[in-house]
Design a protein around this ligand. Sequence first.
Ligand SMILES: [Zn+2]
Length: 113
Amino acid sequence: MPNSSFYPLLTHCPICHSLYAKEDVKLVEEAARARLYHSFCRSCGHGLLAYVIESSAGVSSLGMVTDASGVDAVRLAEYEPVSAEECLEAHRLILADSRELCRRLLDISGKLA
Ligand SMILES: [Zn+2]
């Protein structure tokens, strides 16, 4: 982890403002000028995905609260991104066949058994 005192998203939970334990902030992915970290707050149980981006103007960061664990974050970072067209197709399928989708979800959950 870089000197985290410069990156508030890597030192404090944005939900409860507790300090992260050093071992609960993990580097998930690294590119030339950007790093993705996952943080876990032991106080409130929330996770955070934080991008730290370096540019000629300086360093900026962007965070998103998540229920994904650090293991999930590493696993998901290895997948190809979902495209806008795939999102639209999923939306079309749900609209066109929502009854069957609900039946299958209820069947999987055991509520139809
Ligand atoms: Zn917290």
